[in-house]
Design a protein around this ligand. Sequence first.
Ligand SMILES: [Zn+2]
Length: 489
Amino acid sequence: MNLIRRRHLRWTILLCAVAAAAGASPAAASGPQRRVEREAVAVKAPQPKPIDYDKITQEATDLLSKYIQINTTNPPGNELDAAKFLKDKFLADGIPATTWEPLPGRGIVAARLHGIGKHRKALLLLSHMDVVPADPKDWKVPPFSGEVKDGVIWGRGAIDDKGPAVVFLMSMLAIKRAGILLDRDIVFVATGDEEEGGRNGAGWFVEHQPSVFSDVGYVLNEGGGIRSEPNDHKTYYSVSVTEKTPLWVRITASGPSGHASAPPAETAVTKLVAALQRIVEYRSPIRIIGPVEDEYHAKAELSHGPKQWLDLISSLKDPAYLKQFVSEPQQNADVRDTITPTVLQASNKTNVISATASAELDCRLLPGSDPKAMLHTINKLIDNKDLKTEVILNFPPVSSPQKSELMSALQTLARHLDKGAPVVPTMSIGFTDSHYFRQKDITAYGFVPIQITPEEARGIHGANERISVEELGAGIRRMVDLLKIFGGR
Ligand SMILES: [Zn+2]
């Protein structure tokens, strides 16, 4: 606790010192005093310098390569070195930054680019430093080499989520170096532990460091981006406004133990297997929420899908089309709650009947579905008093509004840069750290302004994850433009 207080104090001092050095008002200034200082800044502010994007892209490439080389495979995560690495990059450019260590070796970093509009809500750019494991034998290059070859940066985390962090970080550096004054603060936060649920990362951060984001009104995080089909230039901006929520359930069965040469009619394992059979045969009702309907409609309009997607609700009333539609797993997950048995445990010896057996279910619920109702359904399907259920993980479904100042800024960006590409509020079937901020009533969108192809998307949590140098540079350019639009005066 003391450690946390000391760090908070240091953060506050650091912010004030840098703000004072930059001639900006400290965060606590208010009323007429602030107006005077704002005018003084406006008079003194020199014309912004042009941004050399070739140089910025080169620097970003080098930064991402080195960031990938810091192995933050979770478990165990060990994000502290990565947090210090990012902090040093900000400090070298005079942007105040600090790190925290929620558990030994785990890390979080935050940095703040001060704007001059203290009444406007700050924008927080969120990413996670931890990555999922990578088996080198499946890869064309060593996954933690950060190799740059033929215009491509290779390695675990290139897209999920180190590349986006570099886009966020370099855009803040580019704005600062060019002398562009924004009318709101931009806060960079990179957390750990996202791939294991985020409790020791973003979850810890929102509970223990509220002063860092007390003025934040908006969050941009992973979960969406610029989408297109192969060999098709028509794109759309997928902005994730909501996510399916996890309901993880453990089922434990009990029964007689003994030697497998004389088996009783029922054992823990046979009871568990019978229950699981009923669970996997169960199909939850079809339900199409607004963002899902909108995304399929947008894809059909861009000719990225069949005409049935123009009105998905009506189309799925046709049993033949419904059968075809849900045969594709991603599409099935978009329109119903799913239940997937994953972990199984029982005896570890072939000839021993274990007294207990357990299974874990990964249920994913649509926004609006009631976790208690799903648990009730599972218990009814099990229908056996020798089997007990317990919830391992669940959090409330939360969505962000589809209309906001930030959504308008994204629409302006799409109009300017991508020939008026539609900006579509969507639902992610996976969950990210956005829910921690949505639970604090902050508007959080899944959107990183990079365009990834379906082929590149397969590298996320798969083999040969990579991003092209060109797209990394384009992402920074779009991000700078977005910050200028959203922080424009
Ligand atoms: Zn991620």
